[in-house]
Design a protein around this ligand. Structure first.
Ligand SMILES: [Zn+2]
Length: 96
């Protein structure tokens, strides 16, 4: 499993994650918010995305984030959405 070595803010709407395979990914709040797989954003029944990606503003910013166990991050966004748990594998897939 892939793990981050380091994660930091570039701006309030962009973070950089350095992975332990030597790669580095840059993520905007919009990109991560659009990939949210919480029960409000993706149907648990069908796996279909409920969230409309185009409804996520490109001005969206991160309010906070924290590591969850040793496998994921939780992000809090300026639209007050904070229920998404993003496994490192999922994040890596957003920006391989
Ligand atoms: Zn969500």
């Amino acid at each position: 499993m892939i793990s981050p070595q380091e994660a930091q803010y570039i701006t309030e709407s962009q973070i950089a994650i350095k992975w332990d395979d030597g790669t580095e990914g840059f993520y905007t709040a919009q990109q991560i918010r659009q990939a949210c797989r919480c029960a409000q954003c993706v149907s648990e029944m069908t796996g279909e995305q409920i969230l409309k990606p185009e409804s996520v503003s490109e001005e969206l910013t991160f309010l906070d984030w924290q590591q969850v166990g040793n496998y994921a991050y939780n992000f809090k966004f300026s639209d007050n959405h904070s229920s998404g748990i993003y496994s490192f594998d999922h994040l890596k897939k957003i920006k391989p």
